[in-house]
Ligand binder design. Sequence first.
Ligand SMILES: [Fe+2]
Length: 267
Amino acid sequence: MAPDRASVATIPVHPRLRIIETSSELAACPITADELIERAVIVKASARPAATTAESMESVLPWLSVWYDHEYWRTGAWTCRVKSEGEFTGEMVPLLKFHTDMSRRPEPPAYTVIRSIAGDPQGGGASLLVHIDDAIRRLEELGEDALLRLLRTPRTLNVADGSKPTLPLLSHGGHTRVRIFDYHIATKGLHFDMSDHELRELDRFIDACHTWSDLIMQADLQAGDLIAFSNHTFLHGRTACLGTGRVTDIVLGNCADNGRNAGTHPE
Ligand SMILES: [Fe+2]
């Protein structure tokens, strides 16, 4: 039986998510860089059909200065193929735990866009997001003061070359800013100098995020759909692929309006 209007109206929409279904919705309210700091935006393929991810970026996020500074991103988009048996480039885990992208860089790209090329036929491979403000509020409610202090403690960032800056995983400068990595799958060693105890606490934080179902957004992207969000304020992950896998294009970038080409986020 089809739901009536009243029941449709009561379907909760995640407060950190906007879904754009039509080109007129997109034209009436374009996606801004500041919006993505506070909420993620899904653009359905029906809103802006595009043959390629590059075309999609130009029409949906014209202000995005696409990031190329990694071998996977030489073309501006990393095509990530995830198969259920774990055979894929990059992350070698069935469920990809919450993290931020390029957290080993002194200045990680400010925005992440995930565009579905092909969904997992069995419905797995959904993107997961949690906003760091919501996670912090939950830690405060739980009395996890020591964990918050640990996340806010400046520590050495193990960059590959040059001087190593001292940065916290969690900072505040106008808004919260986070960089989180799963050291179990880090391919180039620890991103930060952290003790075994601190790493266990980091694991505990990431695992706790996965239990906060009321804070988690789950995006089941169909082919051509994309989701855009701030890589500085959202943690993201992915559910396991249950079928033959999913294929996505991952685009990173900054806000071109900023003179430093580093997004709108203060240090
Ligand atoms: Fe990622």
